[in-house]
Structures are given as C-alpha cells and as structure tokens.
Design a protein around this ligand. Structure first.
Ligand code: HEM
Length: 450
C-alpha cells in the first residue's frame, strides 16, 4: 500500500509529527516523489507523492459526476452498484443471456480461421478487443457494434479504442494540477468529443428501445438495456435516462481494454511457455473435444485454463493501481500511522510480484494454483486483479466469463506460430502504463486450424 501524502501530511503535519509514518523514498519540496514516478508508476510507486489523484480526463463530459467508477460512495453510487451486481451481472442473469455471447465466439473463431487459411498473422490484442466489444454490445444491446460492413460500427469501434488509448497516455495535468485548467495536451478536449459521441449513440439506442417496446410485436430480450428499462418502468430503483446512459458508457469503457489486454498477456505467456500451452490444449481436448468452441458451462470443468487466467492476472494485472482510497480517520497499520485524509493506492502489480508472497514471482507457473483455493474475488489479498472491498469490480462475473471464452477458444481451435520465425523467448513483454497496463509491442501470431 502506498500513500499519496504530500499535501495531506503537510496539512496534518503537526498532528502526526510524533507518529511513525509509513516508509518511502525522500521527498522533494513541492514535487514530493513525482520524479520517482517515471512512466511505469506501478513499478516505481514506492510511496510516491502526488497532491490529488483525480485524473483530469475523466472530467470530460461530466464523467466524474455520473460515471460509476469515479463518483464517490453516495446514494447514486449504491444504486448503480446494486443494479450491476443484482440485476445485470448475477450468475442467474448471465446464464440466461449467455446465448447472446455464444454466437459471437463462433464469429471470432470464423474470423481467425480466415486468417489461418491465408497463412496471415493476427494482431491478438486487436482481435480480442473486437471480440470483447461484440460480446459486450450483445450482452448490453443484443446487437453487434463492431461490424466490418457498417460504417457506424467502425466509428463506434474506433471511438472506444480512442478512449482507451487516451486514457493510457500520461497526462501532465494529473501531475501538475495547476495545468489542469489549460488541458495542455488536449486530452480532456478529445475525451469530451469521444464521450459525447457515445452518450448520443447510447441515448438514441435507449429511446429506440423504449419506442420498440410499445409495439405489440416486440419480444422481450434478456439483455442489459431491457433489464435497465424494466428497472425504471417498474420503479425498482430510482434512476433516470441520463444516469442509465452514463452507466452504459462506463460499462463499455471499464469492460473492454481490461478484458482484451488480459487475453493478449495470457496468449503472450502461452506462446513463451509452449509446455503450458500444450497442457491447456490437452485439458480441453479431453474435456470438451479438440477444435470445439468452449461454452460458459465448460469453464468450471477446466481447472488448468482457470489457473492460466489467475497466473496471468498475478503477473499482468491490467489495472495495476486500484481506485485510490482515502483514510476516513487516523489508522494504525502494521505499526505505522496512516494520517486521516491520506490517499492510498494499492499497487496490485507489486503484490503479484512480491517474493514474500509468491515463489519465483517472475515465472509463469499456472500449476501454483492447481489444488489451491486462491481466487480473484477480493478475499485473497495476494491476488486482487478485480480489486477488493466495496469498490471491487462489479463486472467481475462477466469479465471472467468473456476472458475464459475468448482465451479457451483461441487455444482449443488453433495452433499458434509466432510471426517472422521469432523464437518464444524473444517475445517482447514490455509494458505500457496507463489506466491499464498494455503490451507496448502488439503480439502477432499465425493461427493454424487444428
Ligand atoms: C478482465 C476484466 C476486468 C478487470 C481485470 C477489471 C478490474 C477492475 C478493477 C481493478 C477495478 C477497481 C476496483 C477497486 O478499486 O477495488 C474495476 C472497477 C470497475 N469495473 Fe472492472 N474489470 C474487468 C472487467 C469489467 C467489466 C466486463 C465490466 C462491466 C461490463 C467492469 C466494470 C467495472 C466498473 C463499473 C468499475 C467501477 C466500480 C466502482 O467504482 O464502484 N469491469 N474493475
């Protein structure tokens, strides 16, 4: 746990001067430990200092007022979380609408097969990104928003891609709040354009669905949008159109890059560790049959695939630093005093690589999870890729299903060869730090139909 305490400890300085504050590198006046941060803050954030951790781009389109991931704990936040956890992503609901995702997995396999027949390499992260967007858009709207034949769909794909790209850029205004008003790199301005585009699109889809539900011939669907309209019309929760449209935006922004980056890291590790890939293929061949796409109901029967996903989360948590927490009062923690008002960042990346928790932390060894009860649901603090506590990721059940579906299908339906004869130990694993951790060099590999 790392404390962001430049201003806070300054403010509380006298009160806590006799207490033992948590250790950290020496801080410079005003700059604190900013210069220690570098461009990979999850690797370097050993008690770095920063006055406020409100990312300036999330102020675009008032995302910080309505976006579930940025609003503080409040009645609106509680309602939105309840809607996600109970109504949208419960096991019952996801089982009921899994048919919306099944067809998309078949399409992914079909597209990869086309590249395979041409002997072409695919950009694994991009294929996973498009598959995730389609899985999400079908779960949410029962329709494809990524259709190569539709220009609207192409624009949607590009907009979500651009949002994730901008969110990944280091923003000077986050480090120097005085610059915030000036938006020196134009990130907030561009984000406003992207957010507004999606808010308009989702608003139109919301209105069209309301209209179509009035028609006698309309059939109820089990998707997220219908569920949300049922909630409003049935007076089950107090939510309005605006809040729902922002929620839809948050679900797309929070659900895409996280899932597709994790898939790309998992594939990169599998190609670097052919013996692991071989074992995963064997498990699937014996459990569901060689070359078959996997179903959501198969996931529980694939412990080695689950172990691969956990090991990927341990080494490459796509959200390296959790949403900052603020100490509500002075807290004693492991003999140190955390002063009231301190902002705390939990460095999930560092926990996953901590040699006092994990044996050989830099080796990819899914076997460590076989026969172990360690899970990603927020109770095993050594492995918290979805966070923990009351802000734990509400999309965990859907994210986990999508990840196993995409990864399992890529493993079971294809053999893989690296492009340009690159040998497995030469795969570039460098990380690019933003809100999520991405591979700097996209993984490109040639699929071969099994
Ligand atoms: C591999 C996939 C995913 C990973 C690793 C992931 C990870 C995370 C993490 C670490 C957080 C912050 C939790 C904390 O601070 O304790 C978070 C928050 C959130 N995630 Fe996910 N996520 C994933 C997929 C999804 C999906 C598919 C959705 C929805 C469709 C989603 C929606 C959200 C939302 C709305 C929040 C904000 C919750 C709040 O602030 O109360 N995530 N996620």
């Amino acid at each position: 746990m790392f404390l962001f305490r430049a201003f806070n400890s300054f403010r509380n300085g006298r009160k806590s001067s006799k207490s033992k504050l948590p250790p950290g590198p020496r801080r410079l006046p005003i700059l604190g430990n900013l210069l220690d941060l570098g461009d990979k803050s999850h690797r370097t954030s050993c008690s770095v200092t920063e006055p406020s951790w409100k990312l300036s781009e999330v102020r675009a389109s008032r995302f910080n007022d309505f976006g579930l991931s940025y609003i503080p704990v409040s009645p609106l936040w509680r309602t939105l979380r309840k809607v996600c956890v109970i109504h949208l992503f419960s096991a019952l609901k996801l089982d009921a609408n899994q048919y919306l995702r099944r067809e998309k997995i078949h399409e992914l396999i079909g597209n990869v097969r086309k590249s395979s027949l041409k002997g072409e390499a695919i950009n694994v992260g991009q294929a996973a990104f498009e598959a995730t967007l389609n899985l999400l858009s079908n779960t949410i709207f029962s329709m494809d928003l990524v259709d190569p034949n539709s220009s609207h769909a192409q624009e949607f794909r590009k907009t979500v891609w651009d949002i994730n790209h901008e969110a990944g850029l280091p923003n000077l205004a986050d480090y120097f709040p005085l610059l915030r008003k000036f938006d020196p790199q134009g990130i907030r301005r561009r984000m406003t354009v992207y957010f507004d585009k999606l808010l308009t699109l989702f608003g139109n889809m919301f209105d069209e669905r309301l209209e179509s539900r009035k028609s006698k011939n309309s059939t109820a669907s089990n998707d997220v949008l219908d569920t949300l309209i049922d909630i409003i019309e049935g007076g089950i929760e107090e939510l309005d159109r605006n809040q729902i449209i922002y929620l839809l935006l948050v679900l797309f922004v929070a659900g895409t890059d996280t899932t597709s980056n994790t898939t790309e890291w998992a594939m990169a590790e599998l190609l670097r560790n052919p013996q692991v890939l071989f074992k995963a293929k064997k498990e699937m061949e014996q459990t569901i049959g060689k070359g078959k796409p996997i179903e959501e109901s198969d996931i529980n029967r694939l412990p080695y695939l689950q172990a691969i996903v956990k090991e990927t989360f341990r080494m490459h948590p796509t959200v390296p630093l959790l949403i900052p927490r603020r100490a509500g009062s002075d807290v004693d923690l492991c003999g140190f005093k955390v002063p009231e008002g301190s902002q705390m960042l939990v460095n999930v990346w560092a926990i996953g690589r901590d040699p006092s928790i994990w044996e050989n932390p830099d080796s990819f060894m899914p076997e460590r999870f076989l026969g172990s009860n360690i899970d990603v649901k927020g109770t095993d603090f050594g492995l918290i890729p979805f966070g923990a506590g009351r802000r734990i990721c509400p999309g965990l059940p859907l994210g986990n299903r999508m990840l196993h579906l995409i990864l399992g299908s890529l493993i079971n339906c294809f053999d893989w060869k690296l492009e340009d004869g690159i040998s497995p130990n030469k795969i570039d694993m460098e990380e690019n730090f933003g809100l999520t951790v991405k591979k700097v060099k996209p993984l490109r590999a040639i699929p071969i139909v099994v």
